[in-house]
Design a protein around this ligand. Structure first.
Ligand SMILES: N[C@H](CCC[C@H](N)C(=O)O)C(=O)O
Length: 285
């Protein structure tokens, strides 16, 4: 499947948990490395653990690491479950909590991504910052930085958002890996370049932790709107346009939850012979 071109491989292990044990980081990397099954994130659906939920979900990045959140992937599995149950709702559980999703009409799916966490040790950062809406971090010459003072937000996963005048003007493929792995982020971070074009519109490019440049990143869009509201750059309801298309993001006043609405696509179904994949991925002796 994909969410705005963010490539999502859904592994449905709700009825076959043996599959889950086989998905070691090596197996995940091997599947991601094969052109026919390449993905940005793998959503592993496991049997529900809490009454009222449809699946327990684990999220892997292409590099085999795990993430606490994936907005685009959540819309994809929500669409699958809703097609199956014929209802307009689905609820998932991850290590980070519950994710309610609904049919928003017109081929769009909504997800309640929960409340952002904003304290420095919740991002997490390696050292205390009182104000996480702009932390001291810069790239380039001290007196003329290319990027500086990102906002940091945890949406179930760590994000750093740089507000820029022109998101296209920066070589994110070059700068992204350096920032993703900067020592200030002990669990690494997803790196976003956000260009505010109106009080209700942002253009966004994302370098994803564990996946690199992607066509879209739902949790980054959520983190960006939280950051923009904190910096008084936009209102609470914003259309975020990623290379793959738009997401509507609302940071709800009532309970501080972030709601994300956007499209999804079911590309094809198939079977992966895990053993064969793994064998193929073994380095030659
Ligand atoms: N593409 C995802 C985010 C993946 C996050 C992952 N790269 C990490 O935090 O490790 C999204 O739509 O929210």
């Amino acid at each position: 499947m994909n969410g705005l071109g963010n490539e999502i491989l859904v592994v449905d292990a709700r009825a076959d948990v043996v599959v889950a044990a086989a998905l070691t980081p090596d197996a995940v990397r091997a599947i991601a490395a094969s052109p026919r099954t390449a993905f940005d994130q793998l959503m592993l659906m496991l049997p529900p653990r809490t009454p009222g939920t449809d699946a327990f979900v684990r999220i892997f990045n292409a590099d085999g690491s795990m993430s606490g959140a994936c907005g685009n992937g959540t819309r994809c599995i929500a669409a699958l479950v809703m097609a199956e149950t014929g209802t307009g709702h689905a609820t998932f559980e991850t290590a980070g909590g519950l994710l309610p999703a609904w049919d928003a009409g017109g081929g769009l799916i909504g997800v309640d991504m929960g409340a952002p966490r904003l304290a420095w040790n919740e991002i997490p950062l390696a050292e205390p910052f009182h104000d996480t809406s702009a932390i001291e971090l810069q790239v380039g010459p001290i007196d003329a930085p290319i990027l500086h003072s990102p906002a940091v937000v945890n949406m179930g996963n760590p994000h750093a958002v740089f507000f820029v005048d022109d998101a296209e003007a920066i070589d994110l493929a070059r700068i992204g890996p350096m920032l993703e792995n900067h020592p200030i982020f002990p669990e690494r971070a997803n790196i976003s370049l956000a260009q505010v074009t109106a009080p209700d519109a942002i253009t966004l490019r994302v370098w994803e932790r564990g996946a690199g440049l992607t066509r879209a990143c739902g949790s980054a869009a959520c983190a960006t709107v939280v950051a923009a509201v904190r910096r008084r750059l936009t209102g609470r309801s914003v259309t975020v346009t990623l290379p793959g298309g738009p997401l509507l993001i609302e940071w709800r006043e009532r309970d501080g939850h972030v709601l994300m609405t956007g499209s999804f696509e079911h590309e094809h179904d198939g079977e992966i012979a895990l053993d064969a994949t793994l064998t193929a991925a073994q380095p030659a002796a």
